[in-house]
Design a protein around this ligand. Structure first.
Ligand code: TPP
Ligand code: MG
Length: 572
């Protein structure tokens, strides 16, 4: 989608144009933290129609903007030079890896400052350092040092962000923000088109495979969500009666209450054996917008044969062993979805089991990870968005199966801890009708849990479920050690600290059910400290840690290897 660019006054202050343009492209909130080099930019942000949200720490601003971008279609971070910009870098790297369109605006030393090479505070090596670092995690970057080119540079970067669904970097020297820039000569960006012959050939080969297939299946990938193409894929699935599975990164890209939905596929990390068997026994796997990653494919346990698959993404169109160049994914998908071929026969009956209701006699049982996700599933509906952090929060979430459509957001490929609490702020600001249900480990909570104070200040109403298993449970499964121990916090006291919300300690299945019901009925911000047995994990985490240990040579096999390599010494 090209960004709009017309009808601006021909001369505008740079800062005014920047935020007016971003607003026109759909940005309504900015996440960040000011600093002296960014204050002139912040002054324009304050005057603009975009609401500035100050977070407690820049990494959180990055996670919030990433989640906001996933829901809204474009996100914005505003920070100061290096101390702020480099603080937010990891979150932006995650947005790059998982295709989330975030614009990073950073304040910087002035044009005048750069004439000599003084040692200015926040400078690392050269004035170019931060921009060069950002070149690794963005699809376009610019330093706005010239009035004549500034507007065109802003448009170029934002258009790249929208086109590639990946972050871009815009550096605003502090003495440039107020300068008048020309908005007249903004060159048009080239419009990419599919080569019609190659498109026709790729579609014809795919349709031939679909016609011949007895048991095709669609793996609905995350790009369907990013490029808003899920309705097209759904249309295709419905017309051809082809069932669909998602992966961990794309979970909920298609509605999980759809009759054609099978569940999450990820090799041995699938949501259940039925899905795994169905996908692996299929004679044609149509991977639409799918990222094939070690995580989403269950750490190399997935069994998908290239000879019976189509992989169509914005980066490649592969039909079995053929690769088609110059074919745009939306064109390919649209053409396959519109083709008139006879539908398949699919009986959905035994798939997609709804979560089992809680029985009276189990209410006093101690809570387990599996039950957390089962009970949570019973309370979710189309107004909920589950935001999961790393650890069993994300692996166990494969087991979430709500009876009605619920959204799901997680850094399921880049896997950076600390994502979920700040991300929930981005989700709720992007869509006020979505209530975040944040599933976060005690370790991850200790990284960015301070953002609860931001949520309280903004009057938001997320429900935080802290999976408290006394430390880094995931790491403990792979390799036990004192490095997995963290301080035991009184998580139920956090509401007192930040001055808002209601918290509770939850130990049994019945208590969780009651707490979620009360959260639903009364609204408001909730913090639930879910006290779990230390060794209790989800079946998905068990699978993945077993595979990691096997591949990395850790655990028993690793100890034997260590002994062989260093006879007489105990493994560390
Ligand atoms: C920023 C970051 N640092 C380190 C890791 C490595 N790591 C993955 S899971 C994990 C432990 C998570 O602990 P917790 O949040 O308590 O979840 P649990 O594993 O106990 O479910 C660590 C340290 C990571 N993924 N991200
Ligand atoms: Mg933990």
């Amino acid at each position: 989608m090209p960004a709009p660019r017309d009808s601006f006054p021909s001369l505008m202050p740079l800062g005014e144009f920047l935020f007016a343009y971003l607003h026109r492209c759909g940005v309504r909130h900015s996440f960040g933290l000011p600093g002296d080099f960014a204050l002139s930019t912040y002054a324009w942000l304050e005057k603009s129609k975009i609401r500035s949200i100050t977070m407690t720490h820049e990494p959180s601003a990055g996670f919030a903007a990433d989640a906001y971008a996933r829901v809204n279609g474009l996100g914005l971070v505003c920070v100061t030079y290096c101390v702020g910009g480099l603080n937010v870098l990891n979150a932006i790297a995650g947005a790059y890896a998982e295709k989330s369109p975030v614009v990073v605006v950073s304040g910087a030393p002035g044009r005048k400052d750069r004439e000599k090479d003084p040692l200015l505070h926040h400078k690392v090596k050269t004035f170019e350092t931060q921009r060069r670092v950002y070149d690794e995690v963005t699809v376009a970057s610019t330093v706005l040092l010239e009035e004549e080119r500034a507007a065109a540079e802003i448009v170029r970067c934002v258009e790249a962000c929208l086109r590639h669904k990946r972050p871009v970097y815009i550096e605003v020297p502090h003495d440039m923000a107020d300068r008048l820039i020309s908005t007249a000569a903004i060159p048009a960006q080239p419009h990419e088109e599919s080569d019609p012959h190659t498109l026709a050939a790729s579609v014809a080969e795919t349709l031939g495979l679909i016609r011949a297939a007895k048991k095709p299946v669609i793996l609905a990938g995350v790009e369907l969500a990013r490029y808003r193409l899920a309705p097209v894929a759904l249309r295709m699935a419905e017309r051809l009666q082809i069932p669909m599975a998602a992966d961990l990164l794309s979970k909920s890209a298609i509605p999980e209450n759809h009759p054609l939905y099978l569940g999450v596929y990820g090799g041995a990390m699938s949501s259940d054996e039925q899905v795994r068997k169905y996908v692996e026994a299929s004679d044609l796997v149509l991977m639409l917008g799918t990222f094939i990653t070690d995580m989403s494919m269950g750490f190399y346990t997935a069994k998908l044969d290239r000879g019976r698959s189509v992989l169509a993404t914005t980066e490649r169109i592969n039909v079995r062993y053929h690769r088609y160049e110059s074919v745009r994914f939306p064109d390919f998908l649209g053409a396959v979805a519109a083709a008139r071929i006879p539908p398949k026969r699919f009986r959905p009956s035994k798939h997609h089991p709804a979560p089992k209701a809680l029985r009276k006699k189990e209410r006093s049982d101690r809570l387990s990870v599996v039950d957390v996700f089962r009970i949570l599933s019973l309370h979710l509906d189309e107004h909920c968005c589950v935001v999961a952090d790393i650890g069993d929060s994300i692996f166990g979430a494969v087991g979430i199966r709500s009876a009605r459509q619920a959204q799901f957001i997680a850094p399921a490929y880049y896997m950076s801890m600390g994502f979920a609490v700040p991300a929930s702020i981005g989700v709720e600001l992007a869509r006020a009708d979505l209530r975040p249900y944040v599933v976060v480990g005690d370790g991850a909570f200790q990284m960015t849990g301070t953002e609860i104070s931001t949520a309280v200040r903004l009057g938001l109403d997320p429900v935080f479920l802290i999976l408290n298993n006394d430390g880094y449970g995931t790491m403990r499964q792979i390799c036990e050690g004192s490095f997995n121990q963290i301080t035991r916090w009184n998580y139920d006291k956090i509401c007192e600290l930040v001055g808002g919300g209601v918290s509770a300690n939850v130990k049994t299945k019945g208590e969780l059910d009651d707490a979620l019901r009360s959260a639903r009925e009364a609204g408001g911000l909730r913090v639930l400290n879910l006290v779990l047995p230390r060794a209790n994990i989800s079946p998905q985490l068990e699978t993945i840690t077993r595979e990691v240990k096997r591949i990395r040579g850790l655990g028993k096999a690793g100890a034997r290897r260590e002994k062989r390599l260093r006879p007489g010494r105990r493994p560390a």
